[in-house]
Design a binder for this molecule. Structure first.
Ligand SMILES: Cc1ncc(COP(=O)(O)O)c(C=O)c1O
Length: 501
């Protein structure tokens, strides 16, 4: 505890004065324990008697009370004259000329699209959240306990713990066809940090970055805040339209080939090859965000871009544990071209000096023990059931209005509302929220006007039964919201097998 001794009076007076000021100002709250006399005496280098006398003086002034066997406490009846923090209007932000250009750009960014969990909703069809498996969480807690006992006490290696990098190198080869050594893997705190660090080492302010429109807001905003100029590139059912990429002046291309966010389009093999050729020919760097490439419900997943690239030249492969475990973990990885490796590790060192060793070692243990693979298998089975329940419910209850484009991957599907104008979709979302159903429009993920209105239906956090009830409620909301103004049903209901146009 900080007790200021100003040297301006006998020690006992100085201690009493300092504590009195702390009590009266509210720094020490009513009921707070004063430090044990022995501890404070040792801290200040004074005799214990001096502290005892100071405490007695505070008790005499009714600012403190001594309780036998428990210690001395600030009196409950004290009313602080100026409590530390007062409620009131938030202070105005610092003027723009006093902050960096980065802060100015941060302030210009739109508010995040997805708000935190809304407990008042009975069924929230939130996207972006993984399936939480109680079995996995108990394995995780055990692994965490062991890692805490065995972890290093000094700083972690900035590149990441070797055990985790080995486990990831083995995993990405087996699941995504990405061939690399443990030394090629750099551990980061999620996709978000990966994009920020890659942008830092590859871009200067004003450089152009090609991004998908619509796209993942957090990555796009990280790039904008860094001063990048965005080039929106359209895509169709086969993924990014490589032919629409500018031939010059684009330093970086950010893509989500295995499950485009948010539309769910999967980039075809032909387009993947075309993108690699384009990157080679134009000298652009490609960032492959494989955020939920692990979950695919039919056929074999296409190899990652990085796996198709001969010579590991232009593609940085970014993976995350946010979807396969849980986002609170904040762990992900980058497998980048060797030419970028040292710069990336140096940027990581200056950013945060490495991710927590305890978390990394626990995750390595989870992967080595097989618990992680078992979780992936269980999760895939359960997600498949939930997805089937959602699609079935949408067909039965919402088929008159909702056209489903399902990419057979990931943890959400998009339902388009071709006959619904934007204002009607907003009313639908509001009506659903009043009835306890959380719906999420796709529109805010577009930077240009969306070609049609649509909803993102996340299914990882609702059970099969809840999804049945949620889609029935959706059907009722669609009916009621469409009644107030005539809305024609779509011409055809496209289901999972149909391509996205
Ligand atoms: C496209 C995309 N990439 C990555 C992520 C995960 O980011 P992080 O690893 O920073 O949690 C998400 C989360 O929803 C996402 O939608």
């Amino acid at each position: 505890m900080f007790v200021e001794l100003d040297g301006d009076a006998p020690l006992v007076v100085q201690i009493t004065r300092s504590l009195r000021a702390a009590i009266v100002s509210g720094t020490l709250r009513p009921g707070a324990a004063l430090p044990a006399t022995r501890t404070l005496a040792a801290e200040l280098g004074v005799s214990r008697n001096t502290v005892v006398t100071a405490y007695e003086q505070l008790c005499a002034e009714q600012l403190a009370v001594a309780e036998v066997g428990r210690g001395t406490f600030v009196a409950a009846a004290v009313t602080p004259s100026s409590p530390q923090r007062t409620e009131g209007p938030a202070p105005a932000p610092a003027p723009l000329h006093e902050v960096s250009r980065y802060a100015a750009r941060l302030r210009a960014l739109p508010a995040p699209v997805l708000r935190g969990p809304q407990p008042q909703l009975r069924y929230d069809m939130r996207y972006g959240e993984p399936l939480v498996d109680p079995l996995l969480m108990s394995s995780w807690r055990r692994a965490l306990g062991q890692a805490a006992m065995n972890c290093r006490e000094n700083y972690p290696p900035c590149i990441g713990e070797a055990a985790l990098r080995r486990a990831i190198a083995e995993y990405v080869l087996r699941r995504r066809g990405v061939l690399c050594d443990a030394d090629d893997v750099v551990i980061v705190s999620g996709t978000h940090q990966a994009i920020c660090l890659l942008a830092r080492i590859l871009l200067d302010e004003g450089d152009r970055v090609a991004v998908e429109d619509p796209g993942y807001e957090a990555s796009v905003q990280a790039l904008q805040a860094g001063g990048a100029r965005l080039v929106d590139v359209p895509f169709d059912a086969h993924g990014l339209e490589v032919s629409a990429l500018p031939r010059t002046g684009v330093r970086m291309i950010l893509v989500t080939p295995s499950h485009q966010f948010p539309t769910g389009a999967v980039m075809s093999l032909e387009r993947r090859r075309a993108l690699l050729e384009h990157a080679d020919a134009t000298g652009s760097w490609v960032i492959e965000d494989d955020y939920d490439g692990e979950f695919r419900y039919d056929g074999t997943p296409l190899p990652a871009l990085r796996a198709l690239e001969a010579g590991e030249r232009r593609v940085s492969y970014v993976g995350t544990f946010s979807k396969v475990l849980f986002p609170g973990l904040r762990l992900g990885y980058v497998v980048c071209p060797r030419a970028l490796h040292d710069d990336l590790v140096a940027a990581k060192r200056l950013d945060d000096r490495g991710c927590s060793s305890v978390d990394q070692l626990a995750l390595a243990q989870l992967m080595e023990s097989g618990a992680f693979d078992r979780h992936l298998r269980r999760a895939a089975v359960e997600l498949r059931r939930r997805r089937a329940s959602l699609l079935d419910g949408l067909r039965r209850h919402a088929g008159d209005h909702v056209v489903v484009h399902d990419s057979c991957a990931g943890m959400h599907v998009v339902g388009w509302l071709p006959a619904w104008p934007a204002d009607r979709v907003r009313s639908l979302v509001d009506l659903a929220a009043e009835r306890g159903l959380g719906l999420h429009s796709i529109a805010p993920h577009y930077r240009r006007a969306p070609p049609a209105q649509g909803l993102l239906f996340g299914y990882a956090t609702l059970s099969v039964k809840q999804l049945g009830a949620a889609t029935a409620l959706l059907g009722a909301c669609l009916r009621d919201a469409s009644r107030s103004r005539a809305i024609a049903p779509p011409l055809a209901v496209i289901d999972d097998e149909d391509a996205m146009a």
